[in-house]
Design a protein around this ligand. Structure first.
Ligand code: ATP
Ligand code: MG
Length: 443
């Protein structure tokens, strides 16, 4: 902006954010940071390493990775044609609606699996053009894990245990685990034929979505949220009844590890996933407290995806959780709020002393404590009284008073704002860092 534009007095039209895309503001953002910090710490303990992929990918990646006949690819992606490059080729790009396809693409592209399997995690924004409502946004955030190169049920169990440990760490109690097995493609083909036959017998009950999916993706009909179809869908042939010995053994292997660890679950034979790439284990952590947006975390095994995206056959399993839903749920269940701590608030007698004061404050910050200075206005510093009021309201523990008299003697006055029984003390400015270090080790 040109500086001159500021003097125009007519008020400009107010600009607002994009529908379904939220600002995350303080103090709310502190809850996000606390969750992110817990996630990072936990991922380290399970030996999962961070991966960061771009927001934009070629549209073809999601079409291939997620599946053409899915809500996401059919109607929810933010896709556009990029401007042509100098060869006249315009690229079809999309904002990522989920994380797995991009992680797999990156892993293949950089040959990350050359020396064996990898355990990865990501967090960041995803984009889907859905109808915004509570727990459903157009920009939302996911934390996800992907364990690539491991085919055994122990890894399915590991990612589930990791999620359960996260709920424990953040104090989320109101989620339950649902499990299912989708078996292998050959088993699904057998089931599919019977499923289509069953739905055809009940064609009168199918809604538009279901009719459209009847031959392209009948499994997804099981996942319907339409209440008038529930009863009919409940009687549909169960995929679990079509599994062969190997698939069943995998499922049993997973359950044994969950049982040994005291992780409760229920089998939901109608649980399928919104994305096409899953096989064997699928699971969701669900809650009843967020209405129809009750899935907090969802995942499963996707042994065929890596080949579909052009890599060598590699088994893989992972999950993604919705950060907004987790935080919403934490609020619902009254789990504790994170408060950003402020250690000290600096009160300054005369704005002319700002250079000296701000040198001291930099030393305090370097010593590890958080401190904020009362800002000088155009007329200099406010009265000490009104600065004390702000210090109180800041939530800071201590007021550091850099008054004119104090500074003349090279001193600062330290007042405990939260404990009136503590006498205020004066300290030489040079000893402030030492005082700060003392605070640090006391906590
Ligand atoms: P749903 O059935 O609720 O639409 P989904 O099957 O589309 O979920 P996934 O693609 O498996 O969801 O994404 C994993 C998680 O991401 C979900 O369980 C949910 O917590 C979260 N999530 C998905 N879409 C949204 C959205 N539009 N807004 C907020 N969170 C979302
Ligand atoms: Mg969805």
């Amino acid at each position: 902006m040109h500086m001159d534009e500021k003097v125009v007095s007519r008020k400009a039209e107010k600009l607002v954010g994009v529908k379904g895309m939220n600002d995350i503001l303080p103090p709310e953002s502190a809850r996000w940071e606390a969750l992110e910090a817990t996630v990072r710490e936990l991922m380290l303990r399970y030996a999962y390493r961070n991966i960061r992929t771009p927001i934009l990918e070629h549209t073809a990646l999601f079409v291939r990775g997620i599946g053409e006949v899915t809500d996401i690819v059919e109607k929810e992606m933010y896709s556009f044609e990029d401007r042509s490059d100098k060869h006249g080729q315009a690229e079809h790009l999309s904002m990522r609606p989920e994380g797995t396809a991009a992680v797999v693409r990156a892993v293949i592209e950089s040959n990350l699996l050359y020396d064996g399997g990898k355990r990865l995690f990501y967090m960041g924004p995803m984009f889907r053009r859905e109808k915004p409502q509570r727990g459903r946004y157009r920009q939302f955030h996911q934390v996800g894990v992907e364990a690539l190169g491991f085919g055994g049920p122990d890894t399915d169990a590991e990612v589930i245990l990791l999620a359960a440990a996260l709920w424990q760490a953040i104090g989320l109690t109101d989620v339950r685990l649902e499990l299912n097995s989708l078996g292998q493609p050959a088993e699904r083909a057998l089931h599919r034929a019977q499923l289509i036959a069953y739905f055809e017998q009940h064609a009168g009950l199918l809604d538009e979505d279901a009719k459209r999916r009847l031959h392209s993706n009948p499994l997804r009909i099981l996942d319907t949220k339409n209440p008038t179809m529930q009863e009919m869908v409940a009687g549909a042939p169960r995929l679990l009844d079509f599994l062969g010995a190997e698939s069943l053994a995998h499922f049993e292997g997973l359950k044994a590890i969950l049982d040994a660890n005291g992780v409760a679950y229920s089998i939901n034979p109608r649980l399928v996933r919104g994305l096409d790439y899953y096989n064997l284990t699928v699971f969701e952590f669900v809650t009843d407290r967020l209405g129809s947006q009750g899935t907090v975390c969802a995942g499963g095994r996707y042994d065929d995806l890596i080949v579909q995206i052009g890599g060598k056959p590699t088994p893989a399993v992972g999950w993604a959780l919705g950060v907004e839903r987790v935080l919403e749920l934490l609020k619902e269940t009254g789990a504790s709020e994170a408060v950003a701590p402020l250690d000290a608030y600096a009160i300054v007698g005369d704005a002319k002393d700002a250079p000296r004061v701000m040198v001291s404050l930099e030393q305090l910050r370097a010593a590890g404590i958080s401190v904020q200075m009362h800002p000088a206005g155009a007329e200099g510093m406010a009265s000490l009284k009104s600065q004390f009021k702000k210090a109180d309201a800041s939530g800071g523990r201590y007021a550091l008073v850099f008054g004119v008299d104090e500074l003349a003697q090279g001193q600062v006055t330290i007042k405990d704002l939260r404990d009136a029984s503590q006498a205020q003390q004066s300290r030489p400015l040079q000893e402030l860092s030492q005082w700060a270090k003392g605070l640090q080790s006391a906590t």
